[in-house]
Design a binder for this molecule. Structure first.
Ligand code: DAH
Length: 340
């Protein structure tokens, strides 16, 4: 019996108890009611007195050894498990929430609109999918008019069978015609919105852009009013050192027509890459509403006169923030958007 006791003692000492599973094996093998130690105790009962005296002590030692190994390991494993559950390092910095900002074009558009609203302009809107009539015909641009070719138009399949031709508006000017048909002078509106042109994408051109249309109709409106309102906007937005210039141009819906140029904001007129050395940057077109447009919407050109303009929001923002590539607005790269 002594040799068996010694063997079992050795086994107890070497039995691996690294997790709950082998600890349970350990318990079954040695401590459980049918385990080895229990069996030894049964055999022990059968021994005579002298033998009992010889092995009793050792048997108890082996029993205690097994029990204490079991208890100690169990406590250790329980502690480890509890620790794992609370394994949160409270000293770690909290996770960062990134807060979004207004897109620079939205900001520019809002700034633009606030300036004009302060001086009495109402906001008007129109659809992006536009009837060819408002985009062209009502603006003195009939079918055969060569200027239709300049604005490479995205036409839309008409599934309505209503005899109309639809397109993605090529400018915000159709809102002029819509407003004139719905309201009576005096009219003083700005109409912001997206426009589309089938143009090759370059640093300066994109197939979509945001334009703001302006329209003011009343009695005795003159080119001077147009010039002063554009001048007012440019000084308010860019500062007093930036000046405006109206350069003669042509649009079917205005007569006379002009392009609005401002001092290049980047070189302050000295001439740089952005302004191709001229010192001037073009912001958009403008002019006095053509009498033909008035006739088309039922206004008497002898009674009313008015001015209109259409400015590009991307251009306005590029000048203000020194951005050299229009595509940056549309790439949604956070490294760009984050800067404003
Ligand atoms: N619609 C013109 C364009 O997109 C810009 C423009 C020119 C608008 C003259 C006007 C205007 O209202 O009077 O190129």
């Amino acid at each position: 019996m002594l040799t068996r006791l010694n063997e079992i003692e050795q086994e107890i000492n070497t039995f691996p108890v690294s997790d709950k599973n082998n600890l349970e094996e350990f318990r079954l093998k040695f401590i459980s009611r049918k385990g080895l130690i229990s069996q030894l105790f049964d055999e022990f009962k059968e021994l005579d007195k002298a033998q009992k005296a010889a092995f009793g002590k050792k048997l108890n030692e082996v029993k205690h050894l097994a029990e204490s190994k079991y208890e100690e390991t169990k406590t250790k494993l329980d502690e480890l498990e509890a620790q794992k559950k609370e394994d949160i390092d409270l000293t770690l910095p909290a996770r960062k929430f990134s807060v979004g900002t207004e897109h620079l074009l939205t900001k520019t558009l809002n700034d633009f609109c606030s300036i004009f609203r302060e001086i009495g302009f109402k906001i008007a809107e129109g659809p992006e999918v536009e009837d060819e009539y408002y985009n062209f015909d009502a603006l003195n641009t009939p079918d055969w008019h060569p200027s239709r070719d300049i604005q490479d138009t995205y036409y839309i399949d008409n599934k309505l069978n209503d005899g109309k031709r639809y397109l993605l508006r090529t400018h915000t000017s159709p809102i002029q015609a819509r407003t004139m048909l719905n309201e009576k002078p005096p009219i003083r509106i700005i109409a912001p919105g997206r426009a589309y042109r089938n143009e090759a994408v370059t640093v300066k051109n994109y197939f979509t852009f945001i334009q703001v249309e302006g329209l003011y109709i009343d009695k005795n409106v003159s080119m001077r009013d147009l010039k002063s309102v554009l001048n007012y906007f440019v000084k308010r937005y860019y500062g007093n050192d930036i000046v405006t210039r109206l350069r003669p141009s042509f649009f079917p819906f205005t007569e006379p027509s002009a392009e609005l140029d401002i001092t290049c904001f980047l070189c302050k007129g000295k001439g740089c890459k952005a302004c191709k050395g001229t010192g001037w940057i073009e912001l958009g077109g403008c002019g006095m509403v053509d009498p033909n447009v008035f006739r088309g919407v039922g206004y008497d050109p002898k009674e009313y006169s008015g001015y209109a303009f259409g400015l590009g929001i991307e251009r306005i923002a590029m000048m203000k923030y020194g951005i050299s590539d229009i595509r940056l607005f549309y790439q949604n790269d956070v490294r760009f958007l984050d800067q404003f």
